[in-house]
Design a protein around this ligand. Structure first.
Ligand code: DAH
Length: 355
């Protein structure tokens, strides 16, 4: 069929999906040329049909394949075009005044790492998708414990491959467990990171940041805890008149537990940390519960330690003066320009960590 070559050429040259569809209808549609050939088989003699049948069916097959191939090529080209228009060139040079800035949360995390490195602490990390056991059970918060309900946890609907119930970690405390399970004491770590709770108002966001501190060594007592926190807070707020008050409290994973209040002074109607006109609650802490140490496979008669947990967003607000937590996560460039930090402004203890 001389027409076949022409037909295939037209299919191969179809400029777009509509043109291709028109060719398909013209060949394979109800009134199509190939369809007409197929129909003609019915009126042939048996003999003619025997020779013509396979030829006409093969013809239909080739036309069908050519159409499918052209369609795939057109679709791939369309996708390429679309991807080309949707690419974002992240390497675009920025003009003056368009530089990005370091988010206050990142800045505070850098400051924490700097201060604690100086005290001999390493930075530890853990996953944000955590298992129920490390987030709760190993921290002495069993299934029936009311603290589980208090944490407003985001659970995943399905268990993981090992049958574990998974969740978004509600605090950085599971990093204590991971560190004790994988490293040999003595341990001196801080663990800054993202945490999640189903909670939202001007002082709570569903995602927020905490820093955990953990020390496991021999002969550790509350005095070490208080000195460490005092040294940290004086360096962080860059003031020598930071005063701490340890108030008896309760956390399942520490015994005894203490809530740490920091003294503040009223300056032009604002609370400024330092002095002791009043007290504000800043963090939770305590001596690591022997049961937690034992859950991690260590002998609590040999190893003791202290731990603390603190909101990083709150530390940033207190130090840099923002008053709405939600703005931290809006990605508003004006806010970031106002409160952000220069990428070259790396905190150092000698230069003043927040300088
Ligand atoms: N994990 C606690 C919370 O998110 C904070 C905390 C309190 C951490 C006391 C500690 C601690 O390590 O000792 O509310």
């Amino acid at each position: 069929m001389a027409d076949l070559d022409q037909l295939l050429a037209r299919i191969g040259a179809a400029a777009d999906v509509q043109a291709l569809e028109a060719e398909r209808v013209a060949a394979l549609g109800k009134q199509g040329a190939v369809t007409a050939l197929l129909k003609s088989l019915g009126s042939m003699t048996a003999e003619a049909r025997q020779s013509e049948g396979p030829r006409i069916h093969a013809l239909r097959e080739r036309v069908g394949e050519a159409i499918a191939a052209r369609r795939a090529a057109l679709e791939a080209a369309a996708l390429e075009r679309r991807l080309a228009t949707e690419t974002l060139d992240m390497t675009l040079p920025v003009g003056a005044g368009q530089e990005g800035s370091v988010h206050p949360v990142s800045q505070v995390m850098d400051e924490l790492a700097e201060i604690f490195a100086d005290l001999g602490f390493a930075v530890a990390t853990g996953p944000e998708i955590e298992d129920d056991w490390r987030n709760f059970t190993a921290l002495n918060i069993p299934e029936s414990h009311p603290a589980r309900a208090m944490h407003d946890t985001f659970y995943f609907p399905d268990r993981d491959a090992e049958g574990r119930r998974m969740l978004l970690r509600t605090h950085t405390s599971p990093v204590q467990i991971r560190t004790m399970q994988t490293q040999k004491p003595p341990l001196y770590i801080i663990a800054p990171g993202r945490t999640y709770r189903s909670d939202s108002d001007s002082t709570h966001t569903p995602m927020f940041h905490q820093v955990e501190g953990l020390v496991i060594d021999r002969g550790i007592h509350l005095g070490h805890l208080k000195w460490t926190l005092e040294t940290f807070l004086k360096a962080f707020f860059e003031r020598d008149d930071i005063v701490l008050r340890l108030r008896p409290s309760y956390f399942p994973f520490t015994e005894p537990s203490a809530e740490v209040d920091v003294g503040y002074t009223m300056v032009k109607g604002r609370r400024v940390l330092g002095g002791s006109d009043g007290w504000m609650e800043l963090l939770g802490s305590g001596m690591v519960h022997p049961r937690v140490i034992a859950h991690c496979g260590l002998d609590p008669d040999e190893w003791q330690g202290f731990a603390f947990g603190c909101g990083i967003d709150r530390l940033a607000m207190l130090k840099y003066g923002m008053d709405d937590l939600r703005a931290f996560f809006d990605g508003d460039l004006r806010w970031l320009r106002h409160y952000g930090f220069s990428a070259l402004d790396v905190p150092t203890l000698s230069g003043g960590v927040g300088a």
